[in-house]
Design a protein around this ligand. Structure first.
Ligand code: NAD
Length: 356
């Protein structure tokens, strides 16, 4: 049966990196992949067209699709909009709408890029971490929220950290099962010494650990985890954490690899439907200049094939092609080093296509 992919280019560099990824997808379809795709707007692009960051036309397409491929959203020109209409709200809305509660962010260091990391090669070479971040709960969604004026005329900002037990259990399940398929080490990150929400998180992860006796579980406070990621990142195999801590730690982990432009991500629901996107944002500073690194988005397509289409072979085919272009010494600006050949976004796409 033909699988359907909803493609959401979004804002900033989104359309450029998606264009290169679609060339890869077209080639795989020409080689026999039974899939098709359709475009819809999200974020600022959707606001321009429909005055909403996640309009109905996009909702309908994404709900009907087997998987969603996204570029990135956000641009300073929308920063003055009412909060509910800003591009980033489109992203939060689609995660909620498709119930994409489990975010998988690998931080893998390609051997060719060991010098692109700001850390010493012996600290990062061979790095292979998977961060499992809860995506639909926590302080990003908790109520009450908002900015109010108090009786004394002073303003007060409120956000609420909250998790219910079932939300923690379902992300815990994804993390334990991912650890089982890897090196069987799971580190749960919290702030249980200060925040009751995460004290409960720790209790539940401990409770679940009895169902996974083959997985070694440890716990770490988020401030220590932030330090350990730069001090000794190879101690980690799988990290599981809540939405806000995961947001920050996964960006930190991404920099261990040298470039956020290299890192894909998957956001899954309970049925295996997923939204696949690069870990980086819309990079408005380089948008429209053909400078962006498209590899994170191309690698997101590999994750899409692996997790939503169960097509390990084509996923590896893409990953191998990416490894090959790096071995050829081709680098976009963000990962450039002396002795390599500097290429544009579209030239990087050309090279991946050739390697495929
Ligand atoms: P960003 O990831 O867009 O950019 C951070 C830095 O990394 C910039 O210098 C940028 O040029 C560089 N960079 C990012 N991706 C790159 C790539 N593929 N190739 C080369 N260089 C790359 O983060 P930011 O600057 O904090 O945010 C910019 C906008 O993106 C904001 O509007 C923000 O809300 C939005 N954002 C969107 C997402 C998303 O769509 N998932 C995630 C994060 C931020």
């Amino acid at each position: 049966m033909t699988k359907h992919i909803a493609v959401l280019p979004g804002d900033g560099i989104g359309p450029e990196i998606i264009q290169q990824t679609i060339r890869v997808l077209d080639k795989l379809i020409a080689q026999g992949l039974n899939a098709d795709y359709q475009y819809a707007p999200l974020g600022g692009a959707a606001y321009d067209q429909y005055q909403h960051p996640y309009p109905e036309v996009t909702q309908n397409l994404c709900r009907a699709a087997d998987a969603v491929l996204l570029g990135a959203v956000g641009s300073p020109q929308y920063d003055q909009l009412e909060r509910s209409l800003r591009p980033e709200r489109g992203l939060l809305a689609i995660r909620k709408d498709l119930n994409l509660f489990g975010n998988l962010r690998p931080a893998v260091l390609y051997p060719e890029l060991v010098n692109a990391s700001t850390l010493k090669p012996e600290i990062v070479s061979g790095l292979d971490i998977l961060i499992v971040r809860e995506l639909t709960g926590d302080i990003y969604f908790g109520e009450p929220r908002g900015i109010h004026t108090l009786d004394n005329g002073e303003r007060e900002g409120i956000n609420t950290m909250r998790y219910c037990e079932s939300e923690i259990r379902r992300i815990g399940k994804i993390a334990f099962e991912a650890a089982r398929k890897r090196h069987k080490k799971l580190c749960s990150v919290d702030k249980a010494n200060v925040l009751e929400t995460t004290e409960m998180w720790r209790q539940i992860i401990n409770d679940m650990s009895h169902e996974y006796p083959d997985v070694a579980v440890s716990h770490m406070y988020v401030d220590n985890a932030a330090m350990q990621l730069v001090k000794n990142p190879k101690q980690f195999d799988v990290i599981v954490t809540g939405n806000i801590f995961g947001d920050i730690l996964s960006d930190e982990a991404s920099m261990l690899t040298g470039s956020i432009g290299m890192l894909p991500s998957a956001s899954l629901n309970e049925t295996g439907k997923g939204l696949y996107e690069p870990s980086h944002g819309s990079a408005p500073d380089i948008a429209g200049q053909n400078l962006a690194n498209p590899l994170a988005t191309i690698l997101s397509l590999a994750m899409l094939l692996r997790y939503s289409f169960n097509d390990e072979q084509r996923a590896r085919q893409i990953e191998k092609a990416v490894g090959q272009v790096l071995a050829q010494g081709l680098r976009t600006n963000d990962i450039f080093e002396t002795g390599c050949q500097r290429v544009s976004c579209s030239q990087m796409g050309d090279a991946v296509l050739a390697a495929l």
